[in-house]
Write a protein that binds this ligand. Structure first.
Ligand code: FAD
Length: 468
Protein backbone atom coordinates (compact mmCIF):
# COMPACT_ATOMS: atom_id res chain seq x y z
CA UNK A 1 0.00 0.00 0.00
CA UNK A 2 1.43 3.36 -1.03
CA UNK A 3 1.16 6.19 1.45
CA UNK A 4 -0.19 9.59 0.55
CA UNK A 5 1.94 12.11 -1.30
CA UNK A 6 2.96 14.91 1.06
CA UNK A 7 4.98 17.94 0.03
CA UNK A 8 6.96 19.78 2.71
CA UNK A 9 7.74 23.37 1.71
CA UNK A 10 10.91 24.71 3.37
CA UNK A 11 14.07 22.81 4.28
CA UNK A 12 15.01 24.43 7.59
CA UNK A 13 14.99 22.36 10.78
CA UNK A 14 11.18 22.50 10.91
CA UNK A 15 10.79 21.15 7.38
CA UNK A 16 13.47 18.50 7.89
CA UNK A 17 11.84 17.29 11.12
CA UNK A 18 8.40 17.21 9.45
CA UNK A 19 9.73 15.27 6.44
CA UNK A 20 11.45 12.68 8.64
CA UNK A 21 8.34 12.15 10.78
CA UNK A 22 6.04 11.91 7.72
CA UNK A 23 8.36 9.41 6.02
CA UNK A 24 8.46 7.37 9.24
CA UNK A 25 4.66 7.35 9.20
CA UNK A 26 4.55 5.93 5.69
CA UNK A 27 3.95 9.03 3.55
CA UNK A 28 5.68 9.54 0.21
CA UNK A 29 7.42 12.80 0.96
CA UNK A 30 8.88 15.48 -1.29
CA UNK A 31 10.71 18.40 0.34
CA UNK A 32 10.96 21.60 -1.67
CA UNK A 33 13.48 24.28 -0.67
CA UNK A 34 14.04 27.67 -2.31
CA UNK A 35 17.77 27.85 -1.56
CA UNK A 36 20.47 25.61 -2.98
CA UNK A 37 20.81 23.79 0.36
CA UNK A 38 18.92 22.50 3.40
CA UNK A 39 19.35 23.93 6.89
CA UNK A 40 17.46 27.22 6.56
CA UNK A 41 18.69 29.75 9.11
CA UNK A 42 21.36 27.29 10.27
CA UNK A 43 23.83 27.27 7.44
CA UNK A 44 27.49 27.90 6.60
CA UNK A 45 29.26 29.51 3.67
CA UNK A 46 32.89 29.57 2.49
CA UNK A 47 34.74 32.80 3.14
CA UNK A 48 38.47 33.47 2.73
CA UNK A 49 39.46 29.84 3.22
CA UNK A 50 37.16 29.07 6.14
CA UNK A 51 33.62 27.78 6.47
CA UNK A 52 31.66 30.40 8.42
CA UNK A 53 28.21 29.95 9.94
CA UNK A 54 25.58 32.54 9.05
CA UNK A 55 25.15 32.91 12.79
CA UNK A 56 26.64 31.19 15.83
CA UNK A 57 24.14 28.71 17.27
CA UNK A 58 24.10 27.04 20.68
CA UNK A 59 21.58 24.71 22.29
CA UNK A 60 20.75 23.35 25.71
CA UNK A 61 20.48 19.83 27.07
CA UNK A 62 16.73 20.39 27.43
CA UNK A 63 16.36 20.76 23.63
CA UNK A 64 15.13 17.18 23.51
CA UNK A 65 13.45 17.12 20.11
CA UNK A 66 16.39 18.87 18.47
CA UNK A 67 18.82 16.45 20.08
CA UNK A 68 16.71 13.49 18.94
CA UNK A 69 17.01 14.83 15.40
CA UNK A 70 20.80 15.13 15.77
CA UNK A 71 20.83 11.52 17.00
CA UNK A 72 18.73 10.41 14.09
CA UNK A 73 21.13 12.14 11.70
CA UNK A 74 24.04 10.43 13.50
CA UNK A 75 25.79 13.69 14.41
CA UNK A 76 25.28 14.12 18.18
CA UNK A 77 29.00 13.63 18.79
CA UNK A 78 29.71 16.66 16.58
CA UNK A 79 27.82 18.96 18.96
CA UNK A 80 29.07 18.10 22.45
CA UNK A 81 27.27 19.34 25.55
CA UNK A 82 29.29 20.63 28.51
CA UNK A 83 29.31 18.47 31.66
CA UNK A 84 27.71 21.21 33.69
CA UNK A 85 26.25 24.60 32.94
CA UNK A 86 29.04 27.15 32.96
CA UNK A 87 29.34 30.58 31.38
CA UNK A 88 32.56 32.57 31.77
CA UNK A 89 31.55 36.23 32.03
CA UNK A 90 34.00 39.00 31.14
CA UNK A 91 33.33 42.35 32.76
CA UNK A 92 34.71 45.76 33.63
CA UNK A 93 38.42 46.13 34.28
CA UNK A 94 39.41 42.88 32.59
CA UNK A 95 37.78 40.78 35.30
CA UNK A 96 36.25 37.37 34.76
CA UNK A 97 33.46 35.63 36.68
CA UNK A 98 31.70 32.33 36.17
CA UNK A 99 28.05 31.51 36.17
CA UNK A 100 28.27 27.81 36.97
CA UNK A 101 25.80 25.38 38.46
CA UNK A 102 26.67 23.33 41.48
CA UNK A 103 27.73 19.75 40.80
CA UNK A 104 25.22 18.25 43.21
CA UNK A 105 21.77 18.98 44.49
CA UNK A 106 18.36 18.85 42.91
CA UNK A 107 16.85 21.77 40.95
CA UNK A 108 16.55 24.57 41.87
CA UNK A 109 19.24 24.23 44.57
CA UNK A 110 21.86 23.89 41.85
CA UNK A 111 21.29 27.59 41.11
CA UNK A 112 22.50 28.65 44.53
CA UNK A 113 26.06 27.72 43.58
CA UNK A 114 25.76 29.57 40.28
CA UNK A 115 24.55 32.76 41.92
CA UNK A 116 26.98 32.55 44.84
CA UNK A 117 30.01 33.02 42.60
CA UNK A 118 28.52 35.61 40.27
CA UNK A 119 30.59 38.63 41.26
CA UNK A 120 29.44 41.09 38.58
CA UNK A 121 26.41 41.50 40.84
CA UNK A 122 26.58 42.51 44.52
CA UNK A 123 25.58 39.98 47.19
CA UNK A 124 22.21 41.55 48.03
CA UNK A 125 21.23 41.57 44.33
CA UNK A 126 22.22 37.92 44.07
CA UNK A 127 20.13 36.93 47.06
CA UNK A 128 17.11 38.73 45.65
CA UNK A 129 17.73 37.09 42.27
CA UNK A 130 17.43 33.70 43.94
CA UNK A 131 14.03 34.69 45.32
CA UNK A 132 12.83 35.87 41.90
CA UNK A 133 14.05 32.61 40.32
CA UNK A 134 11.93 30.65 42.77
CA UNK A 135 8.92 32.92 42.09
CA UNK A 136 9.24 32.14 38.36
CA UNK A 137 8.12 28.60 39.16
CA UNK A 138 4.61 29.93 39.64
CA UNK A 139 4.47 31.69 36.24
CA UNK A 140 2.64 29.49 33.76
CA UNK A 141 4.14 29.99 30.27
CA UNK A 142 0.91 28.76 28.68
CA UNK A 143 -1.36 31.15 30.56
CA UNK A 144 -2.38 34.02 28.22
CA UNK A 145 -1.96 36.38 31.19
CA UNK A 146 1.78 35.66 31.17
CA UNK A 147 1.94 36.94 27.60
CA UNK A 148 0.46 40.33 28.50
CA UNK A 149 3.53 41.73 30.20
CA UNK A 150 7.26 41.94 29.75
CA UNK A 151 9.74 39.87 31.67
CA UNK A 152 11.43 43.10 32.79
CA UNK A 153 8.22 44.46 34.33
CA UNK A 154 7.67 41.18 36.16
CA UNK A 155 11.28 41.10 37.42
CA UNK A 156 10.98 44.61 38.80
CA UNK A 157 7.73 43.67 40.52
CA UNK A 158 9.78 40.93 42.20
CA UNK A 159 12.20 43.54 43.55
CA UNK A 160 14.91 43.09 40.94
CA UNK A 161 17.11 46.17 40.45
CA UNK A 162 17.98 47.62 37.04
CA UNK A 163 21.46 46.26 37.62
CA UNK A 164 20.21 42.71 38.20
CA UNK A 165 17.88 42.92 35.19
CA UNK A 166 20.76 43.97 32.99
CA UNK A 167 23.69 42.00 34.38
CA UNK A 168 22.06 38.69 35.24
CA UNK A 169 18.63 38.19 33.70
CA UNK A 170 19.50 40.16 30.56
CA UNK A 171 22.59 38.08 29.88
CA UNK A 172 20.44 34.98 29.31
CA UNK A 173 17.27 36.64 28.00
CA UNK A 174 18.99 38.48 25.16
CA UNK A 175 20.66 35.27 24.00
CA UNK A 176 17.59 33.07 24.42
CA UNK A 177 14.82 35.41 23.23
CA UNK A 178 16.78 37.83 21.05
CA UNK A 179 15.33 40.74 23.04
CA UNK A 180 16.21 42.38 26.37
CA UNK A 181 13.99 41.61 29.40
CA UNK A 182 12.21 44.97 29.11
CA UNK A 183 10.87 43.97 25.69
CA UNK A 184 10.57 40.19 25.92
CA UNK A 185 7.33 38.39 26.75
CA UNK A 186 7.11 37.05 30.30
CA UNK A 187 5.48 33.88 28.93
CA UNK A 188 8.45 33.03 26.70
CA UNK A 189 10.98 34.00 29.36
CA UNK A 190 9.18 31.74 31.84
CA UNK A 191 9.35 28.88 29.32
CA UNK A 192 13.11 29.35 28.97
CA UNK A 193 13.97 29.87 32.63
CA UNK A 194 11.58 27.25 33.98
CA UNK A 195 12.59 24.55 31.51
CA UNK A 196 16.29 25.32 31.46
CA UNK A 197 17.01 26.39 35.01
CA UNK A 198 14.28 25.38 37.39
CA UNK A 199 13.06 21.91 36.50
CA UNK A 200 16.15 19.72 36.07
CA UNK A 201 19.64 20.60 37.27
CA UNK A 202 21.33 19.64 34.01
CA UNK A 203 18.75 21.12 31.62
CA UNK A 204 20.71 24.30 30.86
CA UNK A 205 24.03 22.62 30.10
CA UNK A 206 25.17 24.21 26.88
CA UNK A 207 25.87 22.41 23.58
CA UNK A 208 28.02 24.06 20.94
CA UNK A 209 28.39 22.76 17.40
CA UNK A 210 31.93 21.48 16.94
CA UNK A 211 31.69 21.66 13.16
CA UNK A 212 30.17 24.22 10.77
CA UNK A 213 26.36 24.09 10.72
CA UNK A 214 26.39 22.81 7.16
CA UNK A 215 28.14 19.67 8.40
CA UNK A 216 25.88 19.39 11.45
CA UNK A 217 22.50 19.90 9.77
CA UNK A 218 22.33 20.34 5.99
CA UNK A 219 24.52 17.49 4.81
CA UNK A 220 23.46 14.85 7.38
CA UNK A 221 19.80 15.81 6.82
CA UNK A 222 20.18 15.32 3.08
CA UNK A 223 21.68 11.88 3.72
CA UNK A 224 18.96 10.88 6.21
CA UNK A 225 16.16 12.07 3.94
CA UNK A 226 17.65 10.16 1.00
CA UNK A 227 17.78 6.99 3.14
CA UNK A 228 14.13 7.47 4.03
CA UNK A 229 13.19 7.86 0.37
CA UNK A 230 12.28 11.55 0.68
CA UNK A 231 12.77 13.41 -2.58
CA UNK A 232 14.50 16.75 -2.04
CA UNK A 233 14.30 19.58 -4.57
CA UNK A 234 16.52 22.55 -3.81
CA UNK A 235 16.55 25.86 -5.73
CA UNK A 236 12.80 25.35 -6.11
CA UNK A 237 10.92 28.24 -4.56
CA UNK A 238 7.22 27.54 -4.19
CA UNK A 239 5.26 30.48 -5.57
CA UNK A 240 1.75 29.41 -4.68
CA UNK A 241 -0.25 26.56 -3.17
CA UNK A 242 -3.72 25.92 -4.52
CA UNK A 243 -6.25 23.58 -3.00
CA UNK A 244 -7.86 21.50 -5.75
CA UNK A 245 -10.89 19.23 -5.89
CA UNK A 246 -11.81 16.86 -3.08
CA UNK A 247 -9.87 13.62 -2.97
CA UNK A 248 -11.36 10.38 -1.80
CA UNK A 249 -10.63 9.28 1.71
CA UNK A 250 -10.71 5.79 3.12
CA UNK A 251 -13.27 5.39 5.87
CA UNK A 252 -13.08 2.90 8.71
CA UNK A 253 -16.17 1.16 7.28
CA UNK A 254 -14.25 0.38 4.11
CA UNK A 255 -16.16 2.95 2.06
CA UNK A 256 -14.69 6.25 1.02
CA UNK A 257 -15.45 9.90 1.60
CA UNK A 258 -13.81 13.28 1.13
CA UNK A 259 -10.42 13.73 2.80
CA UNK A 260 -10.28 17.39 1.95
CA UNK A 261 -8.77 19.00 -1.08
CA UNK A 262 -5.63 17.92 -2.83
CA UNK A 263 -3.04 20.56 -3.61
CA UNK A 264 -1.13 21.93 -6.57
CA UNK A 265 2.11 23.73 -5.80
CA UNK A 266 3.58 26.04 -8.40
CA UNK A 267 7.30 26.65 -8.64
CA UNK A 268 9.03 28.81 -11.23
CA UNK A 269 9.82 25.75 -13.30
CA UNK A 270 6.96 23.38 -12.75
CA UNK A 271 4.14 22.00 -10.67
CA UNK A 272 3.79 19.44 -7.94
CA UNK A 273 0.58 17.81 -6.82
CA UNK A 274 0.05 16.42 -3.37
CA UNK A 275 -2.53 14.94 -1.05
CA UNK A 276 -1.23 17.03 1.80
CA UNK A 277 1.22 19.87 2.38
CA UNK A 278 3.31 21.04 5.33
CA UNK A 279 4.29 24.70 4.96
CA UNK A 280 7.53 25.16 6.95
CA UNK A 281 8.69 28.61 5.84
CA UNK A 282 9.23 31.82 7.86
CA UNK A 283 6.07 33.74 8.73
CA UNK A 284 6.74 36.46 6.15
CA UNK A 285 6.75 33.82 3.37
CA UNK A 286 3.88 31.81 4.89
CA UNK A 287 1.57 34.85 4.72
CA UNK A 288 2.05 34.84 0.95
CA UNK A 289 1.88 31.07 0.44
CA UNK A 290 -0.82 29.71 2.72
CA UNK A 291 -4.26 29.86 1.05
CA UNK A 292 -6.71 32.19 2.83
CA UNK A 293 -9.15 29.29 3.12
CA UNK A 294 -6.61 27.52 5.32
CA UNK A 295 -5.85 30.50 7.56
CA UNK A 296 -8.26 33.43 7.22
CA UNK A 297 -6.17 35.30 9.83
CA UNK A 298 -2.86 34.91 7.96
CA UNK A 299 -2.40 38.69 7.61
CA UNK A 300 -2.06 38.91 11.38
CA UNK A 301 1.16 36.89 11.26
CA UNK A 302 2.97 40.04 10.08
CA UNK A 303 2.45 41.28 13.65
CA UNK A 304 5.12 38.79 14.76
CA UNK A 305 7.74 41.10 13.23
CA UNK A 306 11.44 40.32 13.42
CA UNK A 307 14.47 40.83 15.61
CA UNK A 308 17.99 40.93 14.11
CA UNK A 309 21.22 39.14 15.04
CA UNK A 310 24.64 40.32 13.88
CA UNK A 311 27.83 38.23 13.97
CA UNK A 312 31.30 39.72 13.67
CA UNK A 313 33.92 37.22 12.48
CA UNK A 314 37.61 37.88 13.16
CA UNK A 315 40.71 35.82 12.41
CA UNK A 316 43.90 36.76 14.28
CA UNK A 317 47.37 35.53 13.34
CA UNK A 318 47.79 34.05 16.84
CA UNK A 319 45.62 32.92 19.77
CA UNK A 320 44.35 35.86 21.82
CA UNK A 321 42.21 33.97 24.37
CA UNK A 322 42.00 30.48 25.85
CA UNK A 323 38.25 30.74 26.41
CA UNK A 324 36.14 28.48 24.18
CA UNK A 325 33.25 30.92 24.66
CA UNK A 326 32.26 33.69 27.03
CA UNK A 327 29.61 36.30 27.64
CA UNK A 328 30.48 39.98 28.07
CA UNK A 329 29.19 42.77 30.30
CA UNK A 330 30.28 46.43 30.09
CA UNK A 331 31.35 45.76 26.49
CA UNK A 332 29.54 45.61 23.14
CA UNK A 333 30.81 41.99 22.90
CA UNK A 334 27.69 40.14 24.10
CA UNK A 335 28.97 36.64 23.45
CA UNK A 336 32.18 35.37 21.90
CA UNK A 337 33.01 31.92 20.56
CA UNK A 338 36.31 30.41 19.52
CA UNK A 339 35.53 28.72 16.18
CA UNK A 340 39.15 27.91 15.25
CA UNK A 341 38.84 24.13 15.48
CA UNK A 342 35.24 23.94 14.36
CA UNK A 343 36.07 25.80 11.15
CA UNK A 344 39.38 23.92 10.73
CA UNK A 345 41.42 27.13 10.82
CA UNK A 346 45.04 25.96 10.98
CA UNK A 347 46.89 29.17 11.79
CA UNK A 348 45.89 31.80 14.31
CA UNK A 349 42.49 32.06 16.00
CA UNK A 350 39.01 32.49 14.52
CA UNK A 351 36.61 34.23 16.92
CA UNK A 352 32.95 35.01 16.35
CA UNK A 353 31.18 37.73 18.29
CA UNK A 354 27.42 37.19 18.41
CA UNK A 355 25.20 40.20 19.02
CA UNK A 356 21.50 39.48 19.58
CA UNK A 357 18.69 42.04 19.70
CA UNK A 358 20.89 43.97 17.30
CA UNK A 359 18.46 46.77 16.41
CA UNK A 360 20.52 49.83 15.67
CA UNK A 361 23.55 47.76 14.68
CA UNK A 362 22.19 45.58 11.89
CA UNK A 363 21.97 48.46 9.40
CA UNK A 364 25.33 50.10 10.22
CA UNK A 365 28.07 49.92 7.55
CA UNK A 366 30.17 46.74 7.81
CA UNK A 367 33.42 48.71 8.16
CA UNK A 368 32.05 50.64 11.09
CA UNK A 369 30.96 47.41 12.83
CA UNK A 370 34.29 45.67 12.13
CA UNK A 371 36.25 48.61 13.44
CA UNK A 372 34.14 48.97 16.59
CA UNK A 373 34.42 45.27 17.44
CA UNK A 374 38.15 45.04 16.70
CA UNK A 375 38.53 47.79 19.32
CA UNK A 376 36.22 46.07 21.80
CA UNK A 377 38.11 42.77 21.44
CA UNK A 378 41.42 44.53 21.97
CA UNK A 379 40.03 45.92 25.23
CA UNK A 380 38.85 42.47 26.38
CA UNK A 381 41.88 40.49 25.28
CA UNK A 382 45.24 42.27 25.72
CA UNK A 383 46.90 39.75 23.34
CA UNK A 384 44.63 41.01 20.55
CA UNK A 385 46.46 44.35 20.68
CA UNK A 386 49.66 42.74 19.43
CA UNK A 387 47.98 40.30 17.07
CA UNK A 388 47.50 40.97 13.38
CA UNK A 389 43.94 40.81 12.11
CA UNK A 390 44.09 38.49 9.11
CA UNK A 391 40.43 38.65 8.25
CA UNK A 392 37.24 40.18 9.55
CA UNK A 393 33.73 40.27 8.19
CA UNK A 394 30.15 40.76 9.34
CA UNK A 395 27.08 38.57 8.88
CA UNK A 396 23.64 40.00 9.56
CA UNK A 397 20.30 38.27 9.86
CA UNK A 398 17.70 41.05 10.02
CA UNK A 399 14.88 38.50 10.47
CA UNK A 400 16.78 36.12 12.75
CA UNK A 401 13.75 35.42 14.95
CA UNK A 402 10.27 36.80 15.31
CA UNK A 403 10.00 39.64 17.83
CA UNK A 404 9.20 37.76 21.01
CA UNK A 405 7.26 40.52 22.73
CA UNK A 406 4.04 40.29 24.78
CA UNK A 407 0.98 39.59 22.66
CA UNK A 408 2.70 37.20 20.25
CA UNK A 409 1.27 33.99 21.71
CA UNK A 410 -2.13 34.88 20.24
CA UNK A 411 -0.59 35.52 16.80
CA UNK A 412 1.26 32.20 16.50
CA UNK A 413 -0.98 29.73 14.67
CA UNK A 414 -1.33 26.06 15.60
CA UNK A 415 -0.06 23.40 13.21
CA UNK A 416 -3.54 22.40 12.10
CA UNK A 417 -5.26 24.80 9.69
CA UNK A 418 -8.84 25.00 8.47
CA UNK A 419 -7.92 22.93 5.42
CA UNK A 420 -7.51 19.27 6.26
CA UNK A 421 -4.24 18.24 4.68
CA UNK A 422 -2.47 21.57 5.07
CA UNK A 423 -0.39 22.05 8.21
CA UNK A 424 1.96 24.78 9.37
CA UNK A 425 5.45 24.43 10.80
CA UNK A 426 8.28 26.81 11.62
CA UNK A 427 9.81 28.08 14.83
CA UNK A 428 7.35 30.99 14.71
CA UNK A 429 4.24 28.78 14.93
CA UNK A 430 2.39 28.08 18.16
CA UNK A 431 4.70 25.63 19.89
CA UNK A 432 4.87 27.60 23.15
CA UNK A 433 8.66 27.56 22.69
CA UNK A 434 10.77 30.55 21.71
CA UNK A 435 12.05 30.88 18.15
CA UNK A 436 14.88 28.38 18.54
CA UNK A 437 16.14 25.19 16.96
CA UNK A 438 14.10 23.23 19.52
CA UNK A 439 10.99 25.23 18.64
CA UNK A 440 11.62 24.58 14.94
CA UNK A 441 11.97 20.81 15.34
CA UNK A 442 8.95 20.59 17.65
CA UNK A 443 6.88 22.56 15.15
CA UNK A 444 7.85 20.15 12.37
CA UNK A 445 6.78 17.16 14.44
CA UNK A 446 3.48 18.81 15.39
CA UNK A 447 2.75 19.65 11.74
CA UNK A 448 3.56 16.13 10.56
CA UNK A 449 1.25 14.72 13.23
CA UNK A 450 -1.51 17.13 12.17
CA UNK A 451 -1.65 15.37 8.78
CA UNK A 452 -4.08 12.49 9.05
CA UNK A 453 -2.02 9.97 7.11
CA UNK A 454 -4.46 7.10 7.69
CA UNK A 455 -7.26 8.94 5.94
CA UNK A 456 -5.27 8.74 2.70
CA UNK A 457 -3.84 5.26 2.89
CA UNK A 458 -6.32 3.60 0.54
CA UNK A 459 -6.70 6.26 -2.10
CA UNK A 460 -3.84 8.49 -2.93
CA UNK A 461 -2.94 10.54 -5.92
CA UNK A 462 0.30 9.83 -7.71
CA UNK A 463 2.74 12.68 -7.35
CA UNK A 464 3.12 14.48 -10.65
CA UNK A 465 5.83 16.95 -11.09
CA UNK A 466 7.50 18.92 -13.76
CA UNK A 467 11.26 19.05 -13.37
CA UNK A 468 11.77 21.88 -10.85
C1 FAD B 1 21.99 34.42 13.45
C2 FAD B 1 21.07 33.47 14.16
C3 FAD B 1 21.45 32.93 15.37
C4 FAD B 1 20.59 32.05 16.04
N1 FAD B 1 21.01 31.47 17.19
C5 FAD B 1 20.29 30.47 17.73
C6 FAD B 1 20.80 29.72 18.81
O1 FAD B 1 21.89 29.95 19.30
N2 FAD B 1 20.03 28.71 19.30
C7 FAD B 1 18.81 28.41 18.78
O2 FAD B 1 18.18 27.44 19.24
N3 FAD B 1 18.29 29.11 17.75
C8 FAD B 1 19.00 30.12 17.21
N4 FAD B 1 18.51 30.82 16.15
C9 FAD B 1 17.13 30.54 15.68
C10 FAD B 1 17.06 29.28 14.82
O3 FAD B 1 18.04 29.33 13.81
C11 FAD B 1 15.68 29.21 14.18
O4 FAD B 1 14.69 29.23 15.18
C12 FAD B 1 15.45 27.94 13.37
O5 FAD B 1 16.58 27.58 12.62
C13 FAD B 1 14.25 28.17 12.44
O6 FAD B 1 14.02 27.02 11.68
P1 FAD B 1 12.77 26.95 10.70
O7 FAD B 1 12.87 25.67 9.98
O8 FAD B 1 11.54 27.27 11.45
O9 FAD B 1 12.95 28.18 9.68
P2 FAD B 1 14.12 28.47 8.64
O10 FAD B 1 15.40 27.94 9.13
O11 FAD B 1 14.03 29.91 8.31
O12 FAD B 1 13.72 27.62 7.36
C14 FAD B 1 12.73 28.00 6.46
C15 FAD B 1 13.14 27.55 5.07
O13 FAD B 1 12.07 27.82 4.16
C16 FAD B 1 12.67 28.19 2.93
N5 FAD B 1 11.66 28.91 2.13
C17 FAD B 1 11.15 30.14 2.35
N6 FAD B 1 10.23 30.44 1.40
C18 FAD B 1 10.16 29.36 0.59
C19 FAD B 1 9.40 29.07 -0.56
N7 FAD B 1 8.51 29.94 -1.05
N8 FAD B 1 9.58 27.89 -1.19
C20 FAD B 1 10.48 26.98 -0.70
N9 FAD B 1 11.23 27.21 0.40
C21 FAD B 1 11.07 28.38 1.04
C22 FAD B 1 13.84 29.06 3.35
O14 FAD B 1 14.78 29.18 2.29
C23 FAD B 1 14.37 28.29 4.55
O15 FAD B 1 15.35 27.34 4.19
C24 FAD B 1 19.32 31.74 15.49
C25 FAD B 1 18.94 32.30 14.26
C26 FAD B 1 19.79 33.14 13.60
C27 FAD B 1 19.38 33.70 12.27
Amino acid sequence: MRGPAVVVVGGGLAGIAAAVRLADRGARVTLVEARPHLGGATYSFPRGGLLADTGQHVFLRCYESYRDLLDRMGVSALAPIQERFEIPVLYAGGRQARLRRGRRGPAPLHLAGALAGYRPLGLSHRLRAGTAALALRSVDPDDPVSDRTTFGAWLRAQGQSDRAVERLWGLITVAALNLPPDQASLALAARVFRTALLERPDAADIGIPGVPLRELHAEPAARLLARLGVRVHTKAKVLSIEPTEQVEQAEPSGGSGPAGPGFVLHTRTGELTADAVVVAVPHQAATQLVPATAAPDRDRWAGLGSSPIVNVHVVYDRPVTDLPYAAGLDTPVQWIFDRTRAASVEHGQYLVVSISAADGLADRPADEIRHAYAGALATLFPKARQARLLQSFVTREPHATFRQVPGTAALRPPARTRLPGLALAGAWTGTGWPDTMEGAVRSGLLAADAIDIDSFTRVSRPIEEATP
